[in-house]
Design a protein around this ligand. Structure first.
Ligand code: MN
Length: 302
C-alpha cells in the first residue's frame, strides 16, 4: 500500500483527520498556493506507509481525508475561506484526536487553531517551524505574515508560543522585537545548527509544557527550509534548515503526547521544480504521522 492509498481509507473512527485548505488570497506575495492540496495528495503516491528508521507502519493509524475546504479563488479576499477553515477544523477536531491541515498560505494557521480551541477547550500552545515570526500587524487584514500576532492579540499567551528556525534575514526588527516582548521562545537558525534539532525541539516542548501548555499545535511553514530544497515556497531563503532537520523535528513532535494538531503551508505547487517541495511536504506529513503512531496506545488494531 502506498501512502496515497492509506489516506483514502475513510476510517469511521479516525485517529487523524486531514483537511485541505486551498487558499492564496491572503499571501503578501501573489501565489497559487491553492494548487497545493491536490499536488500534496498526489505526491503521497511516491511513498510507502513503512517508516524504516523507526520500524513503524503509518497505516496503523486510522485516517480520514475530509477533502478540501472551499478555497478563496472566487472570493475578493480570504476572509470567508478563513471562516470555512475554522468551522471545518472544529468539526474535524470533534471527530479525531489529531488534525492536520494542508495549505494554502500561512494565514490558515489562525482560523485552524481557533477551530481547535473551540472544539477542545484547553491551554493551547503554538510551535512554529518558520523562517519568519509572522508577527506583522494585521492593519491591512489577516495575511500570511500576521497569524502569530493575531493569535497572541486574541488571547494566546505569547509565552506559550515557540518559533524554531527564524532566519537572520527574514524579518523586520520591529516584528522580532514585538515577538520577544510577548515572551515568545525564539530559536534562530544558528541555534538549531549549534545545538542540533533534537535538543532544540526537546527544549521548546519542555518549555511550553512548563508554561502550562496542554495541547500543542505545530505550524510547519515549509519556508523554514533552505530555498535550494524548497523552491516552491515564495519566501524561502538561502541558508535555511535542511530537509533532514525538518523530518527529524516532525517525528519528535508527532511523538510528543501534547502535540494534537498541525498544519503544513506556504507551498505553491505550481512553482515547484521536479516535485521537490511538495514531496518534502508529503514526507513531513508522513514522518509526523509516524511519530503519532509511535506513541504507546495510539495505534489501533485491525
Ligand atoms: Mn510563516
Amino acid at each position: 500500500m502506498n501512502a496515497r492509498e492509506w489516506l483514502a481509507e475513510e476510517a469511521d473512527a479516525p485517529d487523524l483527520v486531514l483537511l485541505g485548505a486551498p487558499i492564496s488570497k491572503a499571501s503578501i506575495t501573489p501565489v497559487e498556493s491553492w494548487s497545493t492540496p491536490p499536488a500534496f495528495r498526489d505526491a503521497l503516491r511516491r511513498f510507502p506507509t513503512w517508516d524504516a528508521e523507526h520500524s513503524i507502519d503509518v497505516a496503523a493509524l486510522h485516517v480520514r481525508d475530509a477533502g478540501d475546504v472551499q478555497g478563496d479563488q472566487h472570493d475578493p479576499d480570504a476572509a470567508a475561506a478563513h471562516d470555512r477553515i475554522q468551522a471545518a477544523v472544529e468539526t474535524a477536531a470533534r471527530a479525531a484526536t489529531h488534525v492536520v491541515v494542508v495549505g494554502g498560505d500561512n494565514s490558515l494557521t489562525r482560523p485552524a487553531l481557533r477551530g481547535l480551541m473551540s472544539a477542545v477547550p484547553a491551554a493551547w500552545s503554538l510551535l512554529t517551524l518558520d523562517a519568519h515570526h509572522d508577527c506583522r500587524p494585521a492593519t491591512s487584514g489577516s495575511r500570511n505574515g500576521t497569524p502569530v500576532r493575531e493569535l497572541i492579540e486574541a488571547g494566546l499567551p505569547g509565552e506559550r508560543v515557540a518559533q524554531i528556525g527564524i532566519h537572520p534575514l527574514g524579518n523586520a526588527q520591529e516584528h522580532a522585537d514585538w515577538a520577544r516582548a510577548q515572551g515568545v521562545h525564539i530559536v534562530p537558525l544558528h541555534a538549531v545548527r549549534r545545538d542540533g534539532i533534537d535538543a532544540v525541539v526537546a527544549a521548546a516542548l519542555s518549555l511550553l509544557v512548563g508554561r502550562g501548555a496542554e495541547h500543542i499545535y505545530v505550524d510547519f511553514d515549509i519556508d523554514v527550509i533552505d530555498r535550494a530544497f524548497a523552491p516552491a515556497c515564495p519566501a524561502s531563503l538561502p541558508g535555511g534548515m535542511h530537509p533532514d532537520q525538518l523530518l527529524r523535528a516532525a517525528y519528535l513532535l508527532g511523538a510528543d503526547p501534547h502535540v494534537a494538531a498541525a498544519d503544513l503551508c506556504e507551498v505553491d505547487a505550481n512553482t515547484d521544480i521536479n516535485g521537490m517541495t511538495v514531496r518534502l511536504m508529503a514526507a513531513t506529513f508522513l514522518t509526523f504521522s509516524s511519530g503519532i503512531a509511535s506513541r504507546a496506545g495510539s495505534r489501533r488494531e485491525g
